[in-house]
Design a protein around this ligand. Structure first.
Ligand SMILES: Nc1ncnc2c1ncn2[C@@H]1O[C@H](COP(=O)(O)OP(=O)(O)O)[C@@H](O)[C@H]1O
Ligand SMILES: Nc1ccn([C@@H]2O[C@H](COP(=O)(O)OP(=O)(O)O)[C@@H](O)[C@H]2O)c(=O)n1
Ligand SMILES: [Mg+2]
Length: 224
């Protein structure tokens, strides 16, 4: 009885060693190959310069730019099942249900090789924010907020000339209300969590980018 118990113990130890070695190998493999994604949310009112600055960030730091508005507009033009609902929502300056928007973002993240994402114009509401955390299972590393006075945002939107159904005085007024009522609380939330980088959105595109650059310099290692 004694001998077999000792043998059993030895056997178990052997099994454990084999098992733990394999677990260690797997862990090593993971750390060398799978880099966790770096996610930056880019927020600001309509016309605050989010898209323009994202283009500069892509050129300089090699991020993948995912604009929630562009993804939604693509759904409209591809006649997808939610196309009409999305078009009506955008026309009204309201917010598309989070399930729809987050699924579009998820598809883009999953089909992309890169590990650095700029998510522009999202989350626009607390509901957007919570849905992202639930569905994607992660939080952003940083949040940029382009702070711009309303009259400047209105001027920019009205001279944007991209043929958008929502770039008119009536809709822009609604969007500004939605921004103040629903998006500012999200911005406040990230500020309280120490993730917010507020950037003065007034000046030339290049001047503003020089305020953005040092933010990414802080995360040099993570975005290499
Ligand atoms: N710093 C700036 N000064 C003046 N106009 C700008 C500036 N940045 C962007 N614009 C212009 O303002 C409009 C809105 O910019 P955009 O990047 O589309 O903002 P958002 O994505 O926040 O709505 C565009 O026509 C753009 O060319
Ligand atoms: N997270 C989001 C982003 C955009 N949208 C809709 O898409 C519209 C245009 O968003 P956008 O980000 O392209 O607009 P800009 O801030 O760039 O002018 C918004 O006004 C909303 O109607 C949304 O419903 N949910
Ligand atoms: Mg935009």
């Amino acid at each position: 009885l004694k001998t077999s118990a000792v043998n059993q113990g030895a056997h178990r130890r052997e099994l454990f060693e084999v098992f733990s070695t394999e677990v260690m190998e797997l862990a090593k493999d993971k750390s060398s190959k799978v880099k966790p994604p770096f996610i930056a949310f880019v927020l600001g009112g309509p016309g605050s310069g989010k898209g323009t600055q994202c283009t500069k960030i892509v050129e300089t730091f090699g991020f993948k730019h995912l604009s929630a508005g562009d993804l939604l507009r693509r759904e409209i033009s591809s006649n997808s099942k939610h196309g009409t609902m999305i078009l009506n929502t955008i026309r009204e300056g309201k917010i598309v249900p989070s399930a729809v928007t987050v699924k579009l973002i998820q598809k883009e993240i999953e089909s992309n090789e890169g590990h650095k994402f700029l998510i522009d114009g999202f989350p626009r509401t607390e509901e957007n924010r919570v849905a992202f955390e639930k569905i994607i299972g992660t939080e952003p590393n940083i949040v940029l907020f382009f702070d711009c006075p309303e009259d400047e945002m209105v001027r920019r939107v009205l001279s944007r000339n991209q043929g958008r159904v929502d770039d008119n005085v009536e809709t822009v007024k609604k969007r500004l209300k939605v921004f103040a009522g629903l998006n500012l609380p999200v911005i406040k939330y990230y500020s309280e969590r120490g993730k917010l980088h507020k950037i003065d959105g007034v000046g030339t595109t290049d001047e503003i980018f020089e305020r953005v650059r040092p933010v990414f310099a802080l995360y040099e290692e993570a975005i290499k």
